[in-house]
Write a new protein. Structure first.
Lengths: 259, 177
């Protein structure tokens, strides 16, 4: 077996092994209570991998059977990813009464607008017609990924505008999801356009990205942060200011109020 | 082909943005003094005058139509600068309140939550007002959208001051919200 073949198998298997470790870590730290959908996704992905890997290694498996099972599993994974996005929105906004009321309309309208944009883009982009099923799969995948990345980047920009900080585990989950969605979106767009031409290279890129995402999740969910008792606030003011600080703050604010 | 290229380009920009965000997060260690430096002074009285509908009405009756339009555009531009300043200060107060929510004192936590929520509302309102002010500069029929912004800004600043006094009660004061 050549080096590339080893790399291929490593990138195919390793992320799911790491996800099993992540699953165990989440159970140990009881993080499933905070992120139930992400926990379900972490459990689902290795399970789906075992089934697909076994099918791929079985000589009797026909391409049609593999494709069908792959599509079903992909649909479940995509649904879970939308669930994770909703979980991220809910967790980020739950601490702020003003934003809590905005959560549902923003998520609903954001989804509607992005769905229309995604459908428009995919309808406009005529793909490679060599394999209709292949094109259809990647076109649908593109729409879902446009939705996911649009919602995620929208949330990133929104929180940045409001100067609000992310809690570490949430930031990690969102960072991994954003990285995965961006790379998968680019790959799906190229695949839908070019058919099988670059699929070998793109597989390495997407598998490598997924590996990176699992490492990000492991780091942010299982490695404790310093100074905040485990999992604290993100960047910004990390602790309460001292008395002298507060005093000069007050002077500054008084100055702002002075006519 | 163009659509594919645009999607790939957007995905690359997305990745660059995430990388910068992560890098900024690991290197950022803002002190209270850094945040304080972000506060910009704002003349509340001038802000109130600029957004007062009565002042606008007076100018409309006293000036010719062309002069009024010119004056109104200038006033909207000045208001825009004040709105941007208020929005920046609100962002600083959001961060200050967010940090104060870590306090073990429930009264401070409650005041901090009030401040954060009011400052978020102010920043969202300022965003909306800035958009409509730009529109108003182009289209004279759009009414000044920043009417109550000065009052909101004053309330949020007072809440920030009250929070500071609660964290440092030795100094006393007469701030009410």
């Amino acid at each position: 077996m050549g080096l590339l073949a080893w790399l291929w198998y490593y990138l195919w298997i390793a992320p799911y092994v790491l996800q099993v470790v992540l699953f165990g870590g989440m159970v140990r730290r009881r993080l499933y209570r905070d992120f139930p959908v992400f926990f379900a996704y972490t459990g689902w992905e290795p399970l789906a991998f075992v089934v697909l890997f076994s099918l791929a290694r079985r000589p009797a498996t026909t391409p049609t059977l593999y494709f069908t099972v792959y599509c079903v599993f992909l649909a479940v994974s995509t649904t879970l990813r939308f669930g994770i996005l909703h979980e991220i929105f809910a967790s980020v906004l739950k601490d702020y009464a003003t934003l809590r009321r905005l959560k549902s309309p923003v998520f609903r309208w954001g989804t509607m607008v992005l769905l229309l944009v995604g459908l428009g883009l995919v309808a406009y982009a005529r793909g490679n017609n060599a394999d209709q099923n292949w094109f259809l799969l990647h076109a649908v995948k593109q729409v879902a990924l446009i939705l996911q990345s649009g919602l995620l980047f929208g949330l990133f920009l929104f929180l940045r505008y409001l100067n609000l900080s992310w809690r570490n585990p949430l930031f990690g989950i969102a960072l991994g999801m954003g990285t995965f969605a961006s790379v998968e979106l680019a790959a799906a767009a190229i695949r839908a356009r070019t058919g099988y031409v670059y699929t070998g290279y793109l597989d390495y890129v997407t598998m490598g990205t997924y590996h990176l995402c699992v490492v990000i999740w492991l780091y942010y969910l299982l490695v404790p942060r310093r100074g905040t008792g485990g999992f604290g606030q993100g960047s910004g003011l990390q602790s309460l200011p001292d008395a002298a600080d507060v005093e000069s703050w007050n002077q500054e604010l008084e100055r702002l109020l002075r006519p | 082909m163009i659509i594919t290229f645009i999607i790939v380009l957007l995905a690359v920009f997305g990745l660059i943005y995430l990388a910068r965000l992560t890098r900024g997060r690991t290197t950022a260690n803002h002190s209270s003094a850094d945040l304080r430096a972000g506060l910009r002074p704002l003349d509340l009285q001038a802000f109130r005058n600029l957004t007062d509908p009565a002042e606008d009405e007076y100018l409309r009756s006293a000036l010719s139509r062309a002069n009024y339009r010119r004056a109104r555009r200038d006033r909207l531009r000045a208001t825009l600068a004040y709105v941007s300043c208020a929005a920046d200060n609100a962002a600083v107060l959001i961060r200050l309140g967010d940090a104060a929510r870590l306090s073990p004192d429930p009264a401070v936590t409650e005041a901090a939550e009030k401040l954060v929520n009011s400052a978020i509302r102010l920043r969202l309102f300022a965003f909306q007002a800035a958009f409509r002010l730009h529109l108003g500069i182009v289209l004279p029929v759009v009414p000044n959208p920043a009417n109550h912004l000065a009052e909101r800004y004053e309330l949020v600043t007072r809440q920030g001051l009250l929070l500071g006094r609660m964290q440092y009660p030795g100094r006393g004061g007469s701030v009410t919200v």
